[in-house]
Design a protein around this ligand. Sequence first.
Ligand code: FE2
Length: 258
Amino acid sequence: MDRFSEDGYAVLPGFKSREDLAALRRAEEIATECDRSDVSIFSTRDQAQKSDEYFLTSGDKVRCFFEEDGTTVNKIGHAMHDLDTVFDRFSHDARLAEIANQAGLADPVLYQSMYIFKQPRVGGAVDWHQDAAFLRTDPVSVTAFWFALDDADRTNGCLWVQPGGHRSPLRNQFVVRNGKAELQTLNDTPWPDLSAAVPVEVSAGSLVVFNGLLPHYSAPNRSEKPRHTYTLHAVDACAKYAGDNWLQRQELPLRGFR
Ligand code: FE2
């Protein structure tokens, strides 16, 4: 975590064991059991338009979201860390509480979990964005915990970041009003030039922690290799969580990492 405040992200290699990673193959079972008639398409390109009720009400559920081909599961979200025993065990780890504190969260609470498949040849791109647009608190506190379940490199769609970019302003915000989602522009600062992007190539088991303001993206997986990842997003309970945020918890209580 030495360079976290300087770069806006840190890589912790070998954070999770081979056994921990193997347990998360549980996601394959969830995906198989998914009801295909509940198809929801995931795309950040026009997220606001395609965010239907199925997506917007998934904050306290375990649901599958599909690629634009309509048949391949893109991801599972958004409350496995609270609802599924295997994911609960993986996500609640005293070491993560420690890291969250080092990242500046006094009282971290876990708002969402996602399992992203990024299947060989199918897994699509995710354009430049800041996670703070999607989980808004005042002050900004969202911090991402990105676990590599496979080796991730340039060929299979690893994460790309703009080191130090967390000092740039929040460009937009995802707002939900009356069941409709909208991505509102807050600041005209352009997304970084691709030449400013650095690939975060990591081996399976690595944890990448990053600041919610850090611009990042990932390229499509054009390889024959999978690129599974599991992510957690925590915010500081001391910061005010916006009332028109996506992911409002009604009944399911919020918990920290311990
Ligand atoms: Fe992100």
